[in-house]
Design a protein around this ligand. Structure first.
Ligand SMILES: C[S@@+](CC[C@H](N)C(=O)[O-])C[C@H]1O[C@@H](n2cnc3c(N)ncnc32)[C@H](O)[C@@H]1O
Length: 326
């Protein structure tokens, strides 16, 4: 069987691609190669692209998606894209949730444009949970309808990465489009692979505390400040190491102890995750190279990514239900 060609919009550092290609190890498990080949990838963030280009054979082109000329995109079987979620995210309350009225919310139309011109057999889109509820739940049905009008049968599901062996509670809406009705009928989203106590735990991916550089620890001043304000604010979100980490975001470089972002409390001290720990929390394997950009950029690209192990399960299921079934 030949490989299916993949085009990727908003590729970031390539979490989706890394999972889709497979052929990596994570927490002692082997995620075998899947029959896909990347033929096209774009993002407008040159730092994310730098990480991407250190890890894949195909290069990411640094370009604004609005500049992409659909006919010049190479032929492909699957279009993938986590269209930017800032305007959809429930975190983005300031300005209040703008949804599809906001310019950035319209970027998914660029995905539609390419689907209309290139007509691939499948597409896979990913977004934050908030996409389901934004604009009094009016945005999501519009998005689904747009995909249907572009000629696709659409299935979607809210998946939690922690159900698939990732030590992080990360809920993402996965939208899959099928050009052929039979593929649509055949496809089922993957069932959870881990439940209860079998789930991967934060402890499994942390570095030994004696190897952690001092720069990752919060100062005593920051800790005292948090203690003073803990009545009215959230006490630093120190994570329980024996369960799954709360969702990590793209601004881990700048987190404070008073925010809602996950931090660690180890041996009586508070600290942030290292970029490598953040990558492991997202289920990137040790082989994934981060170091071509500053730590600040690493956190950003990693926090934005789709967990590769989650993507592997989705794509492995697609292969079994639709590709091998024919
Ligand atoms: C949620 S992240 C995608 C993460 C990626 N799917 C992964 O798994 O690693 C969204 C990406 O969209 C990119 N982006 C935002 N606006 C863009 C635009 N106008 N043109 C191209 N890329 C854009 C951002 O730089 C960011 O990398």
């Amino acid at each position: 069987m030949g490989k299916l060609k993949v085009a990727s919009l908003f590729c970031g550092c390539g979490g989706m691609e890394y999972g889709m290609l497979g052929g990596f190890e994570y927490l002692g498990k082997n995620f075998n190669s899947l029959p896909f080949e990347i033929v096209y990838a774009i993002d407008n963030d040159k730092y994310a692209a730098q990480i991407y280009n250190a890890n894949f054979l195909h290069s990411c082109e640094i370009i604004d998606v609005k500049e992409v000329v659909a006919v010049s995109v190479p032929d492909h079987d699957i279009l993938i894209g986590g269209f930017p979620c800032q305007s959809f995210s429930i975190v983005a309350q300031n300005p209040p949730r703008l949804g599809y009225k906001d310019d950035r919310g319209k970027l998914f139309f660029e995905m539609i444009k390419i689907l209309q011109h290139k007509n691939p057999r499948f597409f896979i889109a990913e977004n934050v949970k908030g996409l389901l509820s934004v604009n009094q739940k009016k945005t999501f049905p519009i998005i689904v309808k747009e995909f249907e009008q572009a000629g696709y049968h659409v299935k979607y599901k809210l998946l939690n990465a922690s159900d698939y062996g990732v030590p992080q509670k990360r809920e993402r809406i996965i939208i899959i489009g099928f050009r052929n009705f039979q593929d649509f009928v055949n496809f089922e989203f993957p069932i959870p692979t881990t439940i209860g106590d079998q789930k991967a735990k934060l402890r499994d991916v942390l570095a030994q505390s004696n190897l952690i550089d001092e720069k990752y620890y919060f100062s005593q001043k920051a800790v005292d400040g948090m203690m003073r304000t803990k009545e009215k604010m959230n006490k630093g979100r120190a994570q329980n190491l024996d369960t799954q980490c709360n969702t990590i975001g793209s601004h881990l470089a700048k987190i404070s102890l008073n925010g809602t972002d996950p931090v660690l409390y180890e041996n009586g001290r508070y600290r942030r995750f290292t970029p490598r720990e953040a990558a492991r929390i997202q289920s990137f394997s040790e082989a994934f190279k981060l170091e071509s950009v500053s730590e600040h950029r690493q956190y950003r690209a990693i926090g934005n990514a789709v967990p590769p192990v989650l993507m592997w399960h989705i794509c492995n299921t697609l292969v079994h239900c639709c590709i091998n079934a024919n």
